[in-house]
Unconditional design. Structure first.
Length: 437
């Protein structure tokens, strides 16, 4: 990885792309520390020291790079864009118009991207309104003494200005991501997601050290670092694993020329769903505690939910979380990979899997293989999400959104591998000498 970056800096045009990407990252991190208008910054910092965020709030805090609880202009971060992308991807299976656009190639993809932008702005308005309303009411920081003074001016005008500012901040973040994709090294939104998560690492690790009791906290600190390296190595190994299904294309005579006769393969990753099941499961598990929080009820059912589904260390929470991850892994793979469509495309271009007839038998075989490899992939996701939680609970009460937890490790490793592959491919294109040399 470091060799690829060193070679890239030696190439003039790639060096410009890397420096441009770094400049956009600096702008993004600066915006994550600029308070939104109408916010008392001193009171916010006072409450952050006492904050205990988890569930969906902690997930949004992680994706915003710590800007959510600070109520900055980039407080929403890239979460609205991620949500909009997931929603559009799910709707593609349901709405025939979106499915047709997906099959149109580059022009259809551009249209879907435009819809994603519109939906991102709409979600930013919705989430920004919810964040401002939560901050005004003092519910953003439950255990803070000055939580009602975070937004001193509670007029409608100040609320509108705050919502518009956060929505504009989300649009700016989306624009920065697209600039990195077009003029930088590519994969812009994923790189911003990577930076947001990595920005929380130093503070979280130092908090583990400060809360430790063995050798002034250094034993706990070293243990966490060791667990992190082990989990990263495991994720790299599994993320690179894939089942390659061989595909043979028959020869076709068109005029006097022969086409086809080549061999290739269909790569099916063990973790075909990526980090999406973990995000879905975390969001869904936050709903019961959210209902209790806004209802203000102290009845038996509310007490039971508070005792069993608020902290990430209870056996009920861990069991339901694991089952939801496995379920959403199968669900997402089922809607993102269509064996019938793949089989039809292979049949159209004269391709077949050796030993399997083209058409319906090919689709059934692909579905069978996909189900077989999804099982270990879904169990792997559940273990990655839960093992760090249980192992790190003894060192400061880490939750599932701790930097070395499942979601953050999957995103950081995935984006890191993809970025290195892009840099290496661009280096290969510039150093390719061809067959005639």
């Amino acid at each position: 990885m470091f060799t690829a970056f060193a070679r890239a800096f030696k190439t003039p045009d790639l060096r410009k792309k890397l420096l441009f990407t770094l400049a956009m990252i600096v702008i993004y991190r600066l915006g994550a520390h600029v308070p939104a208008p109408g916010v008392d910054y001193a009171k916010v910092q006072q409450c952050i020291d006492q904050a205990d965020s988890g569930g969906l709030l902690g997930l949004m805090q992680m994706f915003s790079g710590g800007a959510l609880l600070q109520i900055t202009i980039f407080a929403l971060g890239i979460m609205p864009y991620i949500t909009a992308s997931i929603i559009l991807q799910l709707l593609t299976v349901v709405i025939p118009r979106l499915e047709a656009l997906k099959k149109e190639g580059q022009s259809g993809t551009a249209k879907i991207t435009q819809y994603t932008r519109y939906l991102t702005v709409a979600l930013a308005v919705l989430q920004g309104t919810g964040l401002v309303a939560t901050a005004r009411s003092g519910a953003l920081f439950q255990n803070c003494n000055v939580r009602d003074q975070i937004v001193p001016d509670k007029s409608i005008f100040t609320t509108l200005v705050m919502v518009i500012t956060m929505t504009a901040g989300t649009a700016a973040v989306m624009w920065l991501g697209e600039l990195i994709t077009d003029k930088g090294i590519g994969n812009g939104m994923s790189i911003l997601m990577f930076i947001s998560i990595a920005a929380t690492f130093p503070g979280a690790l130092w908090a583990i050290k400060e809360s430790g009791k063995l050798a002034d906290g250094w034993i706990e600190f070293g243990t966490v670092i060791l667990i992190g390296f082990v989990m990263v190595a495991l994720v790299v190994f599994v993320e690179q694993a894939q089942r390659r299904i061989p595909v043979q294309y028959a020869k076709r005579m068109i005029g006097r020329r022969s086409y086809g006769g080549t061999s290739t393969y269909i790569p099916l990753k063990v973790n075909q769903a990526g980090v999406i099941p973990v995000i879905f499961a975390s969001s869904l598990l936050f709903i019961p505690s959210l209902i209790v929080q806004f209802s203000g009820s102290t009845s038996g059912w509310a007490t039971w939910i508070t005792d069993h589904f608020v902290t990430g260390e209870h056996p009920y929470y861990i069991s339901v979380y694991f089952v939801l991850i496995v379920f959403f892994a199968f669900f997402y793979v089922a809607i993102s990979f269509n064996p019938d469509e793949v089989a039809d495309n292979m049949k159209k271009y004269g391709g077949f899997i050796p030993g399997i007839r083209a058409g319906r038998p090919t689709a059934e075989y692909l579905s069978y293989v996909l189900n077989r490899i999804t099982w270990p992939g879904s169990l792997y996701l559940g273990l990655i999400a839960l093992v760090p939680t249980m192992a790190l609970a003894a060192f400061g009460g880490a939750n599932q959104n701790f930097p070395f937890g499942g979601t953050s490790i999957l995103i950081i490793v995935g984006v890191g591998l993809e970025t290195v592959k892009q840099i290496e491919s661009q280096l290969q294109q510039r150093n390719y000498e061809g067959f005639l040399r």
